[in-house]
Design a protein around this ligand. Structure first.
Ligand SMILES: Nc1ncnc2c1ncn2[C@@H]1O[C@H](COP(=O)(O)OP(=O)(O)OP(=O)(O)O)[C@@H](O)[C@H]1O
Ligand SMILES: [Mg+2]
Length: 254
């Protein structure tokens, strides 16, 4: 008997679970997880989407097995929101802009393949170090749907402007037409959400142009929001400027 490890490859995995009992119709939990896994499989070739290996049910728990995204030694995962809140890990402005761009590229490709994400938010972006640099992966496709079959949203009845403002504060990345008019999910709804993300990254790295551009992407009128091709071009310009003349501070502490 030898203590040598067998050579070969292995995958570290993360298992997302949902309890069938948490739904009034248990089949919904299973159907929802299957749909999420199908979307991820459909996007399997995109570098900024985690691989999915399969789904299974064990008793009343549904499980989805995905590629683990995070620190493979401490087995901890970090979201973009964690980074913005804690300043850890300490990232340069260029790294922040590059990771934002990676997410926009993935979202744009999803849209081109006819899928809306519908839950783009810093809490749903995982970051990890690939040995050379920090990379971002867009995750949580539980709300995704096909562009041609968008879901309607719940129109919220507000009794005062203060209530509207409070709702916006609590759901900052949700496009306002969704809760003010009950508008359906849309490409421009995803653009609003990524625009909000661009804005908060811009604030964190003190990049005033990025803050203003994020605001323009997350403007009130859905028709005025830019295309994601345009967003990618603008982020490329910010990246190039940062490479040749770094002037923004990174995120380095609370
Ligand atoms: N592939 C993964 N690798 C490592 N950690 C992951 C992975 N997928 C998800 N996680 C961890 O689980 C958390 C929740 O994942 P996800 O957003 O997909 O589920 P959720 O049901 O929407 O939960 P929540 O409501 O907390 O967002 C993530 O913030 C991350 O910490
Ligand atoms: Mg989530």
């Amino acid at each position: 008997m030898t203590s040598d490890l067998f050579p070969g490859h292995y995958h570290l995995v993360a298992v997302k679970t949902a309890s069938l009992n948490s739904y009034s119709n248990p089949n919904h939990a299973w159907a929802k997880m299957l749909a999420e896994a199908r979307v991820m499989k459909f996007l399997d070739d995109l570098p900024s989407v985690p691989r999915v290996f399969g789904v299974f049910r064990q008793g009343d728990i549904c499980c989805m097995v995905q590629e683990f995204i995070g620190n493979t030694f401490s087995l901890s995962s970090t979201t973009f929101l964690d980074v913005l809140r804690t300043g850890q890990p300490s990232l340069s402005a260029l790294e922040c802009i590059s990771m934002t761009s990676e997410v926009v590229i993935a979202l744009n490709e999803m849209h081109k393949r006819g899928i809306l994400h519908n839950d783009v938010a810093a809490r749903n972006i995982l970051i990890h170090h690939d040995g050379t640099s920090y990379r971002a992966k867009l995750t949580d496709f539980g709300m995704a749907c096909r562009v041609e079959y968008p879901r309607g949203n719940r129109k919220v009845i507000f009794s005062s402007m203060d209530e509207v403002i409070q709702y916006m504060d609590n759901h900052p990345e949700v496009a306002p037409e969704k809760y003010i008019d009950g508008a359906c999910d849309s490409v421009s709804g995803d653009v609003y959400s990524i625009g909000y993300g661009i804005r908060i990254v811009g604030v964190a790295i003190r990049h005033s142009d990025m803050v203003e551009f994020g605001k323009a992407c997350a403007c009130f009128d859905a028709e005025d929001r830019p295309s994601l091709d345009w967003v990618i071009n603008i982020l490329d310009i910010y990246k190039e400027k940062e490479k040749s003349n770094p002037k923004c501070q990174g995120i380095n502490g609370p």
